[in-house]
Design a binder for this molecule. Sequence first.
Ligand code: NAP
Length: 267
Amino acid sequence: MPSSSNNFHVLVLGGTTEASALCRYLEQEPSISATLSLAGVTKQPHLPTLSVRIGGFGGTDGLSTWLKTHAINAVIDATHPFAATMSQHAATACAATQIPLLRLERSGWQEMLGDTWLHTANLAEAANLLANSQKWNTAPQRIFLTTGRKELAPFKIAPQHHYLIRSIDAPNPASLPLHATILLDRGPFDVQNEAKLMQDHGITLLVSKNSGGSATYPKLEAARLLHIPVLMIDRPAACPNIPTVETAQHAMAWLQAHQAASTRRKV
Ligand code: NAP
């Protein structure tokens, strides 16, 4: 529960570097009472000294109830660019409860000179290309698959390839494609080590979501250096009409403006 000594309460929907950065600002801002919400996906998350709740809210209705019960004044949706369900739930619940919502989302990566990116709309389309496209169906690849441990099962439809899979926690063995090597590691990573890893494993193709940010960008720099093509999974569409900022600092400024407006309304 947020502390009752201050009366501007914010819910931060987290699970990203940006959410962690915002929490560090909020730790220094005693006039705003904050709760960080995590889905509970990572077994040992880095936690702030703020109030933390873990686990789903039970859909849009559950979130609306939670926001009202905890007298939340503002919500920051700082979930991952690919956490589209949570963002949609936040948009719907905040509209229903008339609570201001801000999206904190890092910008996506842009293709640069020297990159060879093939864009796909989603995970299923990427897996389907690997399984059925003329380019890859009879040409087994050594793939560095960096989509996250929860998103491996679609690639079972392309068992002719070998997959190097890196994740923070071990994936469910039942979700793995036939030929898989697992590497447990947590970023940030640097370009030299990424290039060495790809060379050591004879990688011929990198599969990545367009997550953005600096922590996992070195894999793309390494792919550029080694002339390794990238199957890039584009971001899901953003919720329309939600104000959006890219940095924790800007989110903090938005919160302070809302807190000031809320104080003015009370006097
Ligand atoms: P999702 O598909 O958008 O959400 C699925 C369900 O998980 C939501 O409906 C919600 O359950 C619960 N949930 C998601 N984020 C939550 C949060 N911050 N607090 C409480 N409940 C949450 O989300 P996802 O893609 O599985 O991502 C889960 C978490 O991992 C998010 O916090 C996200 O920021 C983080 N993450 C995701 C990715 C990625 O690539 N998707 C990468 C890095 C980190 P209810 O409906 O029951 O409320």
